[in-house]
Ligand binder design. Structure first.
Ligand code: B12
Ligand code: SF4
Length: 653
């Protein structure tokens, strides 16, 4: 494998495409390591393991992605491994590359992706699947895993969408569920040992070795059988494969302080969605919102210590020159020492250019105090809250324990403290939802504005309602529910728009942002699909689908037409995968991927949802047996540590 740069061939294309800077690399803290950094064994075998890591979306979305940034650094720190990044190229670049015969390349060394040992793909969302196919095709790697030779890289999927890799099972060699820090190092060890031994048994042996770890899912080693009505009968390891597990376990990093990554965050050259440094202050969430896949699959909660956070902020700022730090997690205000963290950092960076921010979604006054603290000297523009459901009833169904009065007193505190704009996130199409539940969003928004005008004494305050269609996800209590159809979703959103527009007293004070139901239905097909959906993905891609997460590229009609052709004569169709409610006994396509959550517990939680019964957060109440801790041998890890952040001497030049 050469690893030669193809930049000379790429360069002439750059002036013909949009935003060429996204293809040139060289960002602050990026790395290009020696292709043979691991050296050779006495027998002449290569001892370097090379990863190309892909975020299957445009550079501007992929560059700031935390998961990719972390794994890139973890791998590059290893002397005998190297890792470079690759992103989805825009259609204009795809065309130019095809015309000029330029292969999918990494932005770091501009090396052909096909020269690497592993192509790791980070799937945060299922709408990136067609972009994987473009990259494979441009790279010259066969689309189907079974057609690959020993010279092709191993294609490994990770990220949250990999918790149901079945729709892409035919295109990937392996999938990893859960945290990647230790998993990528373990995979590197296995690849390295196999190479050092002279690649015994070829690709098949390598895949078997990975599968036998119990933590890497190799779809080609499993057979799926179906019942005549289309449901799955069984997913089982292929006969005669000793050591291939029936269920594949997720990976969990237990002590986040031991993994303070990224230490050297990448600084984008081109415009990106997120131009600030991010520090992940904890992982996991046990609030138990029933729609939230991220919360369910990342249990248990593992906090980074206050001192660990302080160190990451300080070192990260020094390494990047960023002037803003975001304290990120699934629900940052829930960190057991968040008040101390925010006060400590606000004190430390008082009087400097450094701004601090917290993605604010928790609906309570405490959150406002935190936001106020972080903006002591700054402008108070907008705050975001996520009540998610419009009525008190539906919030019980989804286990979002927020009353209308909580919300109103929270926004009163926000407008009273000088904030001018409040953004509220909601979903449409939640289980048991009626028009009435969604229409209550309009009443709520009006109450928010009335309250804001009252407490601030001003007319120029705003409330933006942002609403999206709910997509049921695997490994959540809503994995069994029927998704709301496109027409019903659009009709409900139309009624909400009418209700908001009809009252002239609010004029432009209330804004509405919504997505129609079409992309959500395709996301639903991909989220809860099985291997039969793979053919639809390939057909759609062949029909030109690219960047399905972008409204200007997404074509619902192409998806529906291809799905109808693929499913012709089969007992399944798009509705079967999306709007159909499943029963308790059904084998779900992802049952053999073990997220730690007990299926019986999830079912009971689904029944509790239908009964409008709420369940507490296990961080502050006794364990309610979701199964994760005993199953994974893990534990909730929260403070308080009782430590504080020492102020730093700010050196001004
Ligand atoms: C929580 C969250 C946020 C939080 C915190 C973000 C954070 N911690 O990075 C907040 C609210 C700040 C946020 C903001 C935004 N987000 Co956000 N966010 C998420 C969410 C739900 C989880 C991300 C997360 O936990 N990251 C933490 C990192 C450490 O975890 P990770 O990426 O999963 O990676 C780990 C493992 O999965 C694994 N892994 C990952 N890849 C691979 C690959 C291999 C081969 C292996 C082995 C392992 C592996 O290893 C990693 C380390 O352990 C994702 C959806 C999702 N399900 O992933 C959306 C998501 C990534 N966000 C999205 C968007 C659009 C945004 C915003 C641009 C929104 C906006 N308009 O401002 C901003 C940009 C922020 C940014 N840094 O890029 C989109 C991206 C869309 C796309 N086309 O890719 C997503 C996919 C949501 C969606 N469905 O639309 N986000
Ligand atoms: S096993 Fe218990 S303590 Fe652990 S995440 Fe589940 S409910 Fe919480």
């Amino acid at each position: 494998m050469s690893g030669e740069s193809i930049f000379a061939a790429l360069e002439p294309l750059l002036e013909r495409v949009s935003k060429p800077i996204q293809y040139v690399g060289g960002e602050l803290n990026s790395q290009v390591k020696d292709w043979n950094c691991g050296g050779h064994s006495p027998q002449g075998e290569e001892l370097t393991t090379r990863w190309a890591l892909m975020y299957p979306d445009a550079y501007e979305v992929g560059l700031p992605n935390q998961g990719v940034m972390i794994l890139y650094e973890v791998l590059n720190e290893r002397p005998d491994a190297l890792c470079e990044r690759t992103y989805a190229v825009w259609p204009d670049m795809e065309q130019a590359m095809r015309e000029a015969g330029v292969a999918q390349f990494t932005v770091d060394g501009h090396r052909p992706v096909r020269d690497f040992d592993v192509l790791g793909v980070s799937f945060s969302t299922e709408l990136g699947y067609t972009n994987l196919l473009t990259a494979l095709d441009l790279a010259g790697i066969p689309l189907r895993a079974e057609q690959r030779s020993d010279d092709d890289p191993l294609v490994v999927a990770g990220g949250h969408a990999a918790f149901n890799p079945e729709p892409i099972a035919g295109f990937v060699d392996a999938a990893v569920v859960g945290d990647g820090e230790q998993a990528v190092l373990a995979i590197t060890d296995i690849v390295q040992a196999w190479k050092a031994e002279g690649r015994p048994g070829g690709r098949a042996e390598l895949l078997l070795r990975l599968a036998r770890t119990g933590g890497v899912y190799v779809p080609s080693l499993y057979d799926v059988s179906y019942l005549p009505d289309g449901r799955i009968q069984r997913v089982a390891p292929r006969p005669g494969l000793a050591g291939v597990p029936w269920r594949v376990s997720k990976h969990t990093v237990m002590d986040l302080d031991e993994w303070p990554y990224p230490k050297q965050p990448l600084v984008p050259l081109a415009e990106s969605v997120h131009e600030r440094m991010s520090v992940e202050i904890f992982r996991g969430c046990t609030r138990g919102c029933r729609f939230c896949q991220a919360g369910m699959i990342t249990r248990p909660v593992r906090e980074r210590s206050i001192t660990g956070i302080g160190e990451m902020v300080e070192k990260g700022l020094a390494a990047t020159g960023f002037e803003e730090v975001g304290l990120l997690s699934l629900s940052s205000a829930d960190h057991s020492e968040i008040a101390e963290v925010t006060k400590g950092l606000a004190d430390r960076y008082d009087g400097t250019q450094t701004g601090l921010s917290l993605p604010s979604t928790r609906v309570d006054a405490f959150n406002i105090d935190l936001a106020n603290e972080l903006t002591r000297n700054g402008r108070r523009s907008g705050l975001t809250f996520a009540p998610e459901g419009g009525s008190e009833r539906i919030r019980k169904v989804i286990n979002k324990m927020v009353s209308e009065d909580d919300l109103i007193s929270t926004v009163a505190a926000a407008y009273g403290a000088g904030w001018r704009q409040v953004k509220l996130y909601f979903m449409c199409g939640l289980p048991t939802e009626t028009d009435e539940d969604v229409l209550q969003i309009a009443d709520l928004a009006k109450r928010v504005i009335d309250t804001g005008r009252q407490v601030s004494g001003r007319r120029d305050i705003r409330c933006t309602v942002s609403i999206g269609g709910f997509v049921p996800k695997p490994h959540t209590p809503f994995q069994w529910c029927g998704q709301l159809g496109v027409e019903e979703t659009d009709e409900r959103l139309r009624k909400l728009r009418e209700a908001l527009r009809s009252d002239k007293r609010y004029g432009s004070a209330i804004g509405l942002r919504y997505h129609d139901g079409e992309p959500g239905l395709v996301e639903g097909l991909l989220s809860r699909g099985d291997r039969r959906v793979g053919e639809v993905i390939e057909a759609v891609w062949r029909a030109g689908a690219r960047f399905d997460g972008w409204s200007e590229h997404f074509s619902y009609d192409t998806w529906m037409r291809c799905a109808a052709e693929v499913f012709e004569g089969q007992p399944v169709d798009v509705d079967w995968f999306t709007t159909r409610e499943r029963d308790e006994s059904e084998v779900l396509p992802w049952d053999h991927l073990d997220s730690g959550l007990d299926k019986d517990w999830l079912w009971d939680d689904w029944q509790d949802a239908l009964d409008e019964t709420e369940v507490d957060d296990c961080r502050w109440t006794p364990c309610f047996d979701c199964g994760v801790c005993p199953q994974m041998g893990t534990d909730i890890q929260i403070g308080p540590t009782g430590k504080t952040l020492l102020p730093l001497t700010v050196v001004r030049s």
